[in-house]
Design a protein around this ligand. Sequence first.
Ligand code: PLP
Length: 487
Amino acid sequence: MQLSLNPKGSGPLYRQVFNTLQEAIIQGVLKSGQRLPATRDLSEQLNVSRNTINTAYDMLQAEGYIGSRPNSGFYVTSELPDTTMAESSVKIKTSAKNIPQLSRRGEALARPSRPVPRINNPSFVPGLPDLTVFPYSQWQQCLQKIDLKSASNLMGYQDQGGLWEFKCVLKDYLQLSRGVKCNPEQIIIVNGSQAGLDLMARLLVDANESIAMEEPGYLGAKDGFLAANAKVITVPVDDEGLQVEHLNSLNKKQRSAVKLIYTTPSYQFPLGVTMSLARRLALLDWANKHEAFIIEDDYDSEFRYHDRPLSSLQGLDSQGRVLYIGTLSKVMFPGLRLGYLVVPENLSSAFAGALRKTGQDAPLLLQAAMARFIERGFFNSHIRKMRKLYGRKQEIFVGLAQDYLNNWLEIKATSAGMQLPAFFKEKTNEKRLLTIAQDKRINLASLNRYCSLKNSSPGLYLGYAGIPIEEMKKNILLLRDCFSALH
Ligand SMILES: Cc1ncc(COP(=O)(O)O)c(C=O)c1O
């Protein structure tokens, strides 16, 4: 009997031999009771080692496809093991008819929008932290010190919207550093703030209602809202932040349909302005009068360089109109997938319940490690170190940009953040610039990406925090080469 391996097969050889024999048995090429080739013969026939054949035979035997007889070799068993399993392991033939069609919501969820930032190539990527100075050993220690045997609360399901100890230390941190007013019950731990945005839209917005958001604004939020079937309307931003008076220019029907207003008041994404106190008060007042709620996305507020951070909008709110959202993707690292919400007291059980239904609850083990990381003081000292480092990086970055990119870009220092906007000084073929940059393996984000009106904000959104200081000049010179190549 002639057996051969699929020339396009992938994976370990023993698995390929196993698959070939399994298929031959299921399709009746190898019949029940039939003797399998001796391992030496098959290893020569397939040009693989005898060990590989032995491993494949052991697997076939363990799964019940073959049996052995003393001094006689291996035989196909008379009964196939689990036929459903056997059938499912045969190659599935797909045709247009049996490919499931995406639902309308599925279409919105699957639509590609923004590239996934690559942590190993941080040049100019907005919002990526510098992981070369991450306190790996302290984090490792916090993970390892958890004694699972005596922590049964970490081994089961959760129903409180997160690990209680973690919520308590977060409450203290948010109160002290961001002026957030809450009790631990109001804190909901999610796997990244993206999950929080999804939950807010799904829990609070009906089909006839809308979410107002800053223009230009954070694409992750807009994508999340649209995928949750919410209608999005845009509100322009000026140098005091979201223009609240624009909400008044909406007609009555539109105004009353606004259920949520999404904003990034600490460091507007992407223009980098801080919302003034007058605007904050006006926004709270508008929300209150129109029975709307505000989503305050405080994504990188820890990094403020020249002045004391303004307290959160949530801390100013006396009417329970603000839903606060924070992430550990910037201060720690994005792969951690931990974010937190602070919701009005009367909504906390709804959010905690929705977490379980949507599976957006974060692993308890990570929450416990994070609580320890904060309690031990590692978190605050890491933030202090990174604030100093990113402040210095911004100074160097802006200095170099002004030296080498001045012909093309207007770049000014900002008081916070991990990235900044840079505006084209003259009409620029942006599409070509991005293609040239891609060829040089540098990541450029266009400011227009964050606008619904195309070409309303011509420029780039440049991340600097993730670039090591010693590589900054090289990156700026590469960008200069991209601009030069346009002419
Ligand atoms: C404005 C804004 N919000 C939130 C996030 C963080 O999202 P996540 O916690 O899902 O990583 C980002 C990340 O880039 C962001 O820019």
